[in-house]
Each structure stands twice: as structure tokens, then as C-alpha cells.
Design a binder for this molecule. Structure first.
Ligand SMILES: Cc1cc2nc3c(=O)[nH]c(=O)nc-3n(C[C@H](O)[C@H](O)[C@H](O)COP(=O)(O)OP(=O)(O)OC[C@H]3O[C@@H](n4cnc5c(N)ncnc54)[C@H](O)[C@@H]3O)c2cc1C
Length: 482
């Protein structure tokens, strides 16, 4: 592996591959994409659990510059999204830039050299610019499972699905009732002996508008790309309108009504219905979509335990209701250690890691660059997350901003760029001001959307406004060294 590059991108999911494609298109060739695992795809490689599917329409959950006329469903399944990303690697000839199976450890800023030094599984690597594309939801979390190591049967996280474990005839405990759990349950319920679902907090679930895309429609998109662009535009526009419900929770009431009606229509049992009714406002946590989860709960072999697991024992689980229930297999759909690996490995000018620097309150200028961490671009870090539309719109805005910075460095002979602390503070203050009334901060739930002080770390506005904020690289808000 060549030890010096202009740009090192860490992570080969949507963010890292998107950055690579756009850099190459802009004529920047001296970059590498370092990926810890042996394959590209990120989220869509890791989450191979049964039923894994995106909950944003595929026409929008794909790069704007790489439409896929071949989507077979309006909401694609995991394998199709993974294959789309693999195809992008071929289409844009990223192969020579990819370093698969290379886990990046410590990344330290070398002030004298004005470069990043990366420790990798294949030896050290130096880069002028570091792009952290390690994903916000890429590190499975099992922290809330005391005694997990004592369980004698298979116990695995949904993002590390054990395809070798036979579920047929087994008593399966499914931990969690979030986005992954509600996709897994209907898939495995028909084959397992018993399925016990442990729910800490019920989710708002809306009807799923997913449908197959027929051969004729696909042929239309193939022969008339403008038709697919029009659909994408219409989907983007209609999704943008939904942000109002997040900014002004009262406007989310029609959505709550729809979700309640969905619950009432699909769950006949009154006690079960009550257990599934959220006590916080719609949107405070991720809004889920499914037509198959509630019916799965009505099966004879499925039990909903509306309590968290407090202890894992050799062959059983103890829940907060004090009851011990036996299990042969435990599947933890317990979410992720939010923030990914980047924050623990990247050390800035003062030698502290991003995680230590942030201390539970992550901030970034324009959601992308961090004061004290020169020449670092964090994709999908603090602020670009959202609840109403595709995060790819946000990733693409960040990538354009990165390209703007690279162009400014080239044009002005800049070697080192770092956002001014006051510029970053002003950006964060504006985001916080607009977040105050959002459902994330006022909706009555605890979620990973909030930092240690209860401030939302999501973008409180349209994806379009984020694009506008990042459309130009604001060099005047940076400290620059030639
Ligand atoms: C099950 C699931 C479903 C989702 N569905 C949706 C959806 O419907 N709509 C939506 O908008 N978003 C969804 N998301 C969020 C999703 O994560 C993002 O949309 C997007 O895929 C993130 O892409 P990424 O490239 O930023 O991160 P990731 O896809 O997580 O990729 C990060 C990559 O970095 C690699 N990496 C991490 N650390 C290192 C290291 N130290 N060294 C080298 N490589 C490293 C990882 O192996 C991984 O390949 C979902 C997330 C999950 C988990």
C-alpha cells in the first residue's frame, strides 16, 4: 500500500463511496478508500438480517448522479441496495482506490507536517485530508445486556446475523422493537417454535406504501431517464413537506391519527394494543413503517413482552417484569453505538480524540468540519441526520462541500484548513435555536438524537436548506495555512 495520499477516506458505505465517485469525477485521483471489512456497502453489507429493507423510497435512497432504473420495489431490500453500491464501484471504476479489509486505528494530526497519520492494519499511511465516512450506525451495541456472555446458545446482533444458526423449531428471543426488530419478526415468526419479543419502548408504526416496480415501469425509467428523475423530484418534494411535523409537533397529529388507526385495524387484542401504543409524540424517535409487524404479533407462537431484558442467563432471559423466560437463541436488535468508530480514533491538534473533545456534545461547522481538527471532513456526523427524508441528500451536500474545499485549497495554494471556532459556534447556535421546538427536543422521549445536554444533533430543517447552507465553500470562515 502506497503510504502517502492526498486524501484518505475511511469507510466504504454510501458516504465513502459517494465521496470517492465525486472526487474522481472532479479529476482528483490521489485518494484511497480504506474499509475495515472485505466488502463495500457499509450498512447494506452488514445488515443482512431477514426482512432488511430501507424505509425511504429507493428513487431517493440512491445517489442523484447514479440513478438505478432497475429497482424492483419502491422500497428496496438490503441485497438490492448492496448490489447497487457494488455496481457503482464498477460503474465509476473505483477498484484501484479501494483498500478492503484495512481497518483504520488511530488517526493523529501531525501539526508540523500539516498531515494526518493513520495507523492501519496494513501499516501507517499519511494523508493531507481525512474523510471520516465510518457511519453513525455501524457499531452494533450490546451494552445494555448484562450477562450476555453467559448465554449458552447462539446470541448475536441483528447487524451480525448468524446465517449458520438454525431458527426452525427454536425458541427465539428478539430483543428490541425498533426499525430492525419490526422487519425481522414477521420474517422469522412462521419458522420458529416460539418468538418472544422484548419491547422497551413501543414505536409509532405507519402503513408501509411499498410495492413492486413492474417490468414496464422499469423499462420506462431505462428508456426515459427523465421520467425517473421526475419521480425522484416528486418524492423529494413530498418528503420535504414532512419536516413541518418534526419542527412543529402539533402538525404531526394527522400522522399520529393514521398510526393509531393502523394499530387499531391490525391488532384486535385490547391489552396488546395498549402495550403497543407510544406515549410520546410521533417523530420523537424514528417513525417506522410496516404492514406485517402487527399481524405477526397476533400469531399463536409470538409473545410480546412489554419490558426490557435486565439479565441474560445461561438458557433464559430475565425481564423488568421479574419473569424469567427460556430461550434457545437470542437476537439483539438493540441498535448501535451512535457515532461510529471515527470519534474514538481521530486525534486533533491538541492530541485529544474527537470523542473526548466532544464529550457527548458533538458539534461541527456546517455539520462537516471541526475546529481543532484541521483538514478533517466528517460525513454524517453531528447535524446532517434527519427523520423525514433520505440522508443521501445530506451526504451529497457534504460531499459537494468537501469538493469545494479541495478546489479552494488548489486555487489558493492552501495546505491546511480549519473552521474558525466562532464560525462553528455560530452555526451550532443557529441549529440549536431552530431545534428548540422540534419534536426531538419536546416530544417526550429519550433518544440517540439528543446530546448529553438534551440538544438535538439532527438537522431541524429541509434537506434543501442544508444543501443551500453548504452549496459554497465558505473559506472566509476558516483559518488557512499555505
Ligand atoms: C438497518 C438500517 C437501516 C437503515 N435504513 C435507512 C433508510 O431506510 N433510510 C435512511 O436514510 N437511512 C437508513 N439507515 C441509515 C444508514 O446507515 C445510512 O442511510 C447510510 O447507509 C450510512 O452510510 P455511511 O456510508 O455513512 O455509513 P455506513 O454504511 O455505516 O458505512 C460505514 C463503513 O465504514 C466502515 N468503517 C467503520 N470504521 C472503520 C475503520 N475504523 N476502518 C475502516 N473502515 C471502517 C464500516 O465497516 C462501514 O463499511 C439505516 C441504517 C441501518 C443500520
Amino acid at each position: 500500500m502506497s503510504a502517502e495520499h492526498r486524501i484518505a477516506i475511511v469507510g466504504a458505505g454510501f458516504s465513502g463511496l459517494g465521496a470517492a465517485i465525486r472526487l474522481k469525477a472532479a479529476g482528483v485521483e490521489d485518494f484511497v478508500v480504506l474499509e475495515a471489512t472485505g466488502e463495500v456497502g457499509g450498512t447494506w453489507r452488514a445488515n443482512s438480517y431477514p426482512g432488511c429493507q430501507c424505509d425511504v423510497p429507493s428513487h431517493l435512497y440512491s445517489y442523484s448522479f447514479a440513478p438505478n432504473p432497475g429497482w424492483t420495489r419502491t422500497y428496496s431490500r438490503q441485497a438490492e441496495i448492496r448490489d447497487y453500491l457494488r455496481d457503482c464501484v464498477e460503474r465509476y471504476r473505483l477498484g484501484p482506490h479501494l483498500r478492503l479489509g484495512v481497518e483504520v486505528g488511530e488517526c493523529g494530526w501531525q501539526e508540523a507536517e500539516g498531515r494526518w497519520l493513520l495507523e492501519t492494519a496494513s501499516g501507517p499511511l499519511s494523508a493531507q485530508i481525512l474523510v471520516a465516512a465510518t457511519g453513525a450506525l455501524s457499531e452494533p451495541s450490546l451494552v445494555s445486556l448484562p450477562g450476555a456472555e453467559l448465554f449458552e446458545g447462539p446470541l448475536f446482533h441483528s447487524a451480525q446475523w448468524r446465517h449458520d444458526v438454525r431458527l426452525r423449531g427454536a425458541r427465539v428471543a428478539l430483543l428490541g422493537s425498533g426499525a430492525s426488530a419490526i422487519q425481522i419478526a414477521p420474517e422469522i415468526a412462521p419458522e420458529v417454535e416460539e418468538l418472544t419479543i422484548y419491547q422497551r419502548t413501543p414505536a409509532w408504526i405507519l402503513p408501509h406504501p411499498d410495492r413492486p416496480i413492474g417490468a414496464r415501469e422499469r423499462a420506462l425509467y431505462r428508456s426515459l431517464p427523465v421520467a425517473q428523475r421526475a419521480v425522484r423530484g416528486a418524492v423529494a418534494l413530498s418528503r420535504e413537506a414532512l419536516v413541518l411535523g418534526f419542527r412543529h409537533p402539533a402538525l404531526g397529529r394527522p400522522g399520529e391519527w393514521l398510526a393509531r388507526r393502523h394499530l387499531e385495524r391490525q391488532v384486535a387484542d385490547r391489552a396488546l394494543r395498549e402495550a403497543l401504543r407510544p406515549s410520546y409524540r410521533l417523530g420523537c424517535k424514528r417513525i417506522l413503517v410496516s404492514n406485517r409487524y402487527y399481524p405477526a404479533l397476533a400469531r399463536e407462537n409470538v409473545t410480546l413482552v412489554p419490558h426490557a431484558v435486565t439479565e441474560v442467563r445461561a438458557r433464559s432471559l430475565l425481564a423488568a417484569d421479574g419473569v424469567e423466560r427460556e430461550a434457545d437463541v437470542v437476537i439483539a436488535a438493540t441498535g448501535f453505538r451512535v457515532g461510529g468508530t471515527a470519534s474514538h480514533h481521530i486525534r486533533g491538534r491538541d492530541g485529544r480524540t474527537l470523542a473526548a473533545h466532544w464529550a457527548g456534545r458533538p458539534v461541527a461547522h456546517n455539520g462537516t468540519t471541526v475546529a481543532g481538527f484541521p483538514n478533517l471532513f466528517v460525513l454524517l456526523g453531528p447535524h446532517p441526520g434527519l427523520g423525514h427524508t433520505s440522508v443521501l441528500l445530506m451526504i451529497e451536500s457534504q460531499i459537494s462541500y468537501l469538493l469545494g474545499a479541495v478546489a479552494a485549497m488548489d486555487a489558493q495554494g492552501i495546505a491546511v484548513l480549519e473552521p474558525r471556532a466562532d464560525a462553528q459556534a455560530a452555526f451550532v447556535a443557529a441549529v440549536r435555536r431552530r431545534s428548540r421546538k422540534t419534536v426531538w427536543e419536546s416530544g417526550g422521549c429519550a433518544s440517540w438524537y439528543l446530546d448529553a445536554d438534551g440538544h438535538s444533533i439532527l438537522w431541524p430543517d429541509t434537506a434543501w436548506s442544508f444543501r443551500r447552507a453548504l452549496r459554497r465553500f465558505d473559506a472566509e470562515r476558516y483559518l488557512a495555512r499555505t
